[in-house]
Design a protein around this ligand. Structure first.
Ligand SMILES: Cc1cc2nc3c(=O)[nH]c(=O)nc-3n(C[C@H](O)[C@H](O)[C@H](O)COP(=O)(O)O)c2cc1C
Length: 188
């Protein structure tokens, strides 16, 4: 009896992680999560690259909206991040949202660099590749596939003095803004 209960508990845990649920494509307008909740409170992963040559990192800066008549997702990636190289070298990026139980993993993915560790393995994630070859994760509950429309580094001379001083103080590479057209949204 104890054994059966244990097996059931394991099955429920796996199901609650979303891994065994299937992706269902939805329209960008059908994303139910509040943008600020999703980006600033829950955090997201931004990923870029292809099988065997990809990286991901946690973000809490970003935006979702409309530009040039297209639904868009905007991310801000510092040049200090390994992910920046992948954002520059690839035409696409993906955004993934995870269940609350993944908070520690998102924290790890936002603390460790892919230069130093295999972060997918470190976080115990299962990568899946979209038809376009872009990485999303079996454990995520929302995935957004974007095509880069525009990318540009912030100009320190156009920033408020407070932000310019922050970059000078921290030595953090100035962020690039990447605006991506939302091509696909999948949820579980
Ligand atoms: C909650 C959280 C939010 C973050 N948001 C951003 C962000 O929006 N932009 C950014 O450049 N870095 C952000 N970071 C920092 C990167 O995730 C972190 O430096 C990461 O280790 C970079 O990994 P990489 O070197 O493999 O690209 C955030 C980190 C955390 C923990």
């Amino acid at each position: 009896m104890k054994k059966i209960i244990n097996v059931l508990l394991i099955a429920i845990t796996i199901m609650s992680c979303g891994k065994n649920k299937t992706w269902q494509e939805i329209a960008p307008t059908d994303i139910e999560l509040n943008p600020l909740q999703m980006i600033d409170e829950d955090w997201l992963e931004v990923s870029a690259g292809k099988e065997g040559n990809m990286n991901l990192m946690t973000i809490s800066w970003g935006g979702i909206g409309e530009l040039w008549g297209k639904p868009v997702f905007t991310v801000y990636v510092s040049t200090s991040r390994y992910t920046h190289k992948f954002m520059e070298e690839n035409d696409y990026f993906t955004i993934t949202h995870f269940p609350a139980s993944f908070r520690d993993k998102l924290s790890y993915l936002g603390r460790i660099s892919g230069r130093d560790e295999d972060k997918v393995a470190g976080a115990g994630l299962t990568v899946e590749f979209t038809e376009l070859g872009n990485p999303i994760y079996a454990e995520a509950d929302l995935a957004i596939e974007c095509k880069k429309l525009y990318g540009q580094q912030f100009d320190p001379n156009l920033m408020p003095a407070e932000q310019r001083a922050w970059y000078e103080r921290t030595g953090l590479g100035i962020h690039y803004m990447y605006i991506g057209e939302i091509l696909h949204v999948w949820k579980k």
